[in-house]
Design a protein around this ligand. Sequence first.
Ligand code: GDP
Ligand code: K
Ligand code: MG
Length: 301
Amino acid sequence: NNSSKKNFKSGFVSIIGRPNVGKSTLMNSLVGEKIAIMSDKPQTTRNQIRAIYNDDEMQIVFMDTPGIQKPQNRLGDYMLKVSHSSMRDTDVILFVVDDSKSIGKKDSDIIETLKTNKSKKILAINKIDKLSKEELMVLINMYSKIGIFDEIVPVSALKGTNNDTLIKVLAKYMEAGPLYFPVDMITDQPEKVLVSEIIREKLLMYTDQEIPHGIAVDIEAMKKRKDKDIIDISAVIYCERESHKKIIIGSQGRKIKGIGKAAREELEMILGSKIFLELWVKVKENWRDRENYIRSFGYED
Ligand code: GDP
Ligand code: K
Ligand code: MG
């Protein structure tokens, strides 16, 4: 048991930043497993998701967050609450920005909040695969001048560039502490939640405009067959309008078929089993403003 070792270190790292800077991609990349779904759509991450990094000397519990932005509905209120509470109870705040050449309003608002926070603050400048060396130097200078970051680490979450450097930097700020989770555990996310998230990720890939934000996925049944290595999964996709339902299903059911195939293939890899996936699409108008639905889709504690 690692925790009985001398000098074992551990701690919590909360990953914050505005939507789409690559927080979830970075967390997955740091732990080497896909825990949080990723997409080019804002509001992809809705809950706090923990991923656990383990090596011989330490355990880092990363907390991915929905990202900080102005709420448009009750679901948005919940998402913002999740992000802020994760910033309160943490050892290190890993603030992620992207390759943007200047500090916009959203980032400067977060920086203001960070100024009053007592945790160690590490800035990750992500998406450096899109920057020249010179451009990166300009960004590092720009962020250094703010004067609140204990460290600044340029990374590319997509390519894994500087992941090892970032882990080493984080290690400096971990303190003597216990194993919070067993070493073979990489997330505390229940399997059912992961399954619904993977299906939602494929929906995000296949839809655009307002549809992705109004989608929720509920796993109605998930059961391994007794005699065979097959898992039967039945899921309901909720959307907000009849017209959205039509788009999700697609002409002659082609789109929903594609979504189901993509989800099934990834789930078979993750769960290491053959999967039969049944998808249904239902309409629940304005569910994002209705407390009981938000709750029943898993977005309330
Ligand atoms: P989040 O909303 O902050 O969690 O961002 P996601 O992890 O969902 O990523 C948003 C988008 O940025 C996705 O399309 C990612 O593929 C992309 N992305 C993330 N990291 C990188 C990176 O290092 N380089 C590039 N070029 N794109 C990235
Ligand atoms: K995203
Ligand atoms: Mg995310």
